[in-house]
Each structure stands twice: as C-alpha cells, then as structure tokens.
Design a protein around this ligand. Structure first.
Ligand SMILES: Cc1cc2nc3c(=O)[nH]c(=O)nc-3n(C[C@H](O)[C@H](O)[C@H](O)COP(=O)(O)OP(=O)(O)OC[C@H]3O[C@@H](n4cnc5c(N)ncnc54)[C@H](O)[C@@H]3O)c2cc1C
Length: 418
C-alpha cells in the first residue's frame, strides 16, 4: 500500500503521548501515513524539566525535544506545528483544522493533555502571577524569578514544590501556601510529605498549610497574597500550581464518553469507533485494582500511547503498567509507584532523619504501592513486586520488612522457593 493512498492515522496533540503514538504507529504500520497535529510551535518536547533543570537554566531548549526537528520527515511523520485540531467527527472519520481543512483518518488518537486550573479570586489578573505548563510559561517564570526577591507559591503539590525549590536555588525568599493540611497530600504518604517539608524548611522555605488564597492585592502588579480574607503575604511574584484539567473539549463535542477525562479501556479505545486517547487526557479502567485512573505522569503518557498506537495499528496491546512518577527537588528524588489507599498497612524502611527511606503499602499481604525518597534501588525492586502481584511471605516479620538490609526481592524469592 503506498503512503497516502489510504486514509492516514491522525494524532491530535504533540506532547509526550502524541509523540510516542506517532513514532509507534510509523514503526508498527510503516506503509500508512501518520499526521501529527501539534498546537504548540515547538516540536514535541517533554515537560518535567520545565519545573527543574530548564527553569534553573541548566538545560537548553533543544534538550527538551524528543527528537531533532528533521527526524519527523525522515521517519515519515507529517508533523504540523501550530496546527490545532478544532473538531473530530467519528462518524465521518474526519478531523477538522482551524482553516477548515478536513483530514480523513483510518484511526485517530486524541492526546491533547491538560490545561491549567486557574485561580478565580479577586486580583487574579494582576501582572506577576504566573502558571507553569508550557515552555513559554517556563521562560517567562524563569526570567521573573531571576528579578524577584519574595516569591509566593500557591499550591504545595509536586509542581509547586519543584518551583519552590528552583526559586530558592535562584536566591528568592519563598513561601508556599497549601490549602490541605500537608504538602503533596494528593500523591504522597504523610511520611514523604513530612520529609520534603523538612527539606524545604532546611533550605529556608516557609510552608503555610491549611491556608486558603482568597485574593491578590496590588496596583497593576501583585504585591501581596490574601490568605483567608486578609492581605497577609507580601510578594513580588506569585506562582500558582493548583492542578490541571483534562483537555476533553474535542471529545465532548464529538459525543465521546468523558468523565474528568476521555474514558478509555486498557487498549486506549474510546467510546467512538477508531478513536483512541492516551496521556493526561485519558481516564482508564485499571484491571488490577478495578479503579478508574487518570494519571498526570510522564511514564503513563508514554506507555499508554505506545500500547494504544499498537492497537490502532492492528496489534492489540493492553496498557497494564503500574503507575509511577517521580519528582526532583534540590538534589533529592522522590518516587511513587502503585495506587496507595488510605487503609493500606504502611511499613517504613530506612532512616527518615537522613531522608533516605521507603514506605511500603501492603494490602491483603500484597505490596500494592511504594513511595521512596532517595532510595532509588528499592523502587526498582518495589515496582517488580507490585507488578508481579506477589504476596509478601506470611512469616516475614514487621522487623524484617522494615529492615533496609533485608532485600525485598530476597523475601519474595523465599516465598517462591516454597
Ligand atoms: C512543569 C511540569 C513538570 C512535570 N514534571 C513531571 C515529573 O517530574 N514526573 C512526571 O512523571 N511527570 C511530570 N509532569 C507531567 C508530564 O509532563 C505529563 O504527564 C505529560 O506531559 C503528559 O503528556 P500528554 O501528551 O498527555 O500531555 P501534554 O504534554 O500536555 O501534551 C498535549 C499536547 O496537546 C496539545 N493540544 C491540546 N489541544 C490540541 C488540539 N486541539 N490540537 C492539537 N494539539 C492540541 C497541547 O498544546 C500539548 O502540546 C510534569 C508536567 C509539568 C507541566
């Protein structure tokens, strides 16, 4: 079949998921054309450095790119930059572009990611209030941080805390305001939150928990953050990191089933024939836990897109990987794998005072999740154990499990040897 003689694959979104989908489609079905529609002007690039090395000026813009710009034509991917899709019609199997062009497709992937949640409070339109999702956001935030003295970070999630670390490293006086009782409340167990809070405190960052931002004060530019109705926190610059919302507009308009994300099965299939979705925008059923998950993580965007693209190309592949994400703050590393629940039995391995430990989450005798700070090797073992779904031996004592000298994989071997 000659390229172009039959409808191409169309991938909407040139981020992590879109890039891996296009790359996989070309490899799995080299005879079919693949069009990659990217709303942004920069070729597909990764976001994690935007709150870390790139923000700090330690990484170049080129280093963000998944591939050099000339890769796409050579790989047979028709990459169209600054070219957002405006509609998808699953019945007609077409995608519409801003200039009205309609592209027919064999199968389409929606990989439109997410958009920022914005704070809607008085003063929210003052200058000096930043958000962070794109390279443009990072460029403008990086420039502003270098000129700022006092920085208020609104939201103590992973990205807020990474920005706080970067701002501190750039010499700013930093205060983090978090509405929940602890930072990183949504994604990390209390032990990890406490360790990260202690790290920031040691670096001189002030963290205010249980405080709500009710407005910004200032004359054109932000000069203070109002907390619980009072002008409480003077600042030269505010960065808001209060989460994201899946970019489901195209799918919803097309009648594709969505619920805080485009609903997909393990193969990335949506409710519409020949339309797939992957990445931050997709909510999938996890066959292991029975939970419905919408993940906002690098590994998920890539793995889910690769599996869905293979399925699109006629090689049905479920995405079954254990959720996993990481965060780098200063020189320290946090990783979280699996799906923790509030009533898991928790076991701490290692030394919280030295900020090098692992939290195991056990449920019905199985390791279901793990969180580590600065114990990367333990995380490798944990991920293998979680994925294998193996039970921890019943005769393994609490002391054994908590002893970092006892290797987790050895415990499992003991079990298998029976
Ligand atoms: C600052 C920052 C730091 C992060 N750090 C980490 C980390 O340390 N670890 C980790 O695991 N994860 C991290 N993440 C999360 C990770 O980057 C995301 O999970 C990942 O980028 C999701 O990929 P995606 O392709 O689904 O979405 P995106 O990367 O958002 O890509 C979606 C793309 O689709 C485009 N688009 C939207 N609508 C249209 C349209 N109609 N037509 C065409 N294109 C469209 C968007 O412009 C965007 O370029 C971080 C994210 C950010 C923002």
């Amino acid at each position: 079949m000659a390229a172009g003689s039959t409808p191409p694959y169309v991938v909407i979104g040139g981020g992590q998921a879109g890039f891996w989908a296009a790359d996989t489609l070309r490899k799995a079905d080299p005879d079919r054309e693949c069009i990659l529609l990217a709303a942004e002007p920069l070729p597909p690039h990764e976001r994690p450095p935007l709150s870390k090395g790139y923000l700090l000026g330690r990484q170049s813009r080129d280093s963000l790119l998944f591939r050099a710009p000339d890769f796409y034509a050579a790989a047979g991917i028709d990459l169209r930059l600054s070219c957002p899709a405006t509609a998808i019609d699953p019945d007609a199997r077409t995608v519409t572009l801003a200039d009205g062009t309609r592209l027919s497709y064999q199968a389409a992937m929606i990989a439109t990611g997410a958009r920022l949640r914005r704070l809607s409070v008085p003063g929210a339109d003052l200058t000096g209030i930043h958000y962070l999702r794109s390279v443009t956001d990072a460029d403008s935030l990086g420039q502003a941080l270098r000129a700022a003295g006092r920085v208020a970070v609104i939201g103590g999630g992973f990205i807020g805390m990474e920005v706080a670390a970067a701002a501190r490293e750039l010499g700013c006086a930093v205060t983090v305001v978090e509405a929940e009782p602890r930072i990183m409340n949504r994604g990390a167990p209390a032990e990890i939150s406490d360790a990260i809070a202690a790290l920031h405190a040691a670096k001189g960052v002030t963290i205010l928990t249980g405080r709500r931002v009710t407005g910004f004060a200032g004359d054109r530019a932000v000069a203070a953050v109002e907390l619980d109705g009072h002008a409480a926190l003077p600042c030269d610059l505010a960065v808001v990191g209060i989460g994201i919302q899946p970019e489901t507009g195209l799918a919803e308009a097309a009648g594709i089933a969505c619920r805080d994300g485009i609903l997909v099965d393990a193969w990335g299939r949506t409710s519409a024939e020949a339309v797939f979705a992957a990445g931050d925008v997709a909510r999938r059923e996890d066959p292991g836990s029975g939970l419905s998950l919408r993940q906002e993580a690098f590994q998920n965007a890539q793995g889910q897109a690769v599996a869905a693209a293979k399925t699109m190309a006629g090689q049905p592949t479920p995405y079954l990987e254990t959720p996993w994400l990481w965060s780098d703050q200063y020189d320290e590393n946090v990783q979280i794998a699996g799906i923790p629940a509030a009533d898991d039995r928790l076991i701490l391995r290692g030394d919280p005072a030295a900020r090098a430990f692992t939290v195991l989450h056990l449920r019905s005798g199985r390791l279901v999740a793990a969180s580590v700070i600065n114990t990367i090797r333990e995380m490798r073992a944990c991920r293998r154990l979680i994925e294998a779904g193996l039970r921890v031996p019943e005769d393994a004592t609490e002391a054994e499990l908590a002893d970092p000298e006892v290797r987790l994989l050895d415990l499992t071997r003991r079990l298998k040897g029976r």
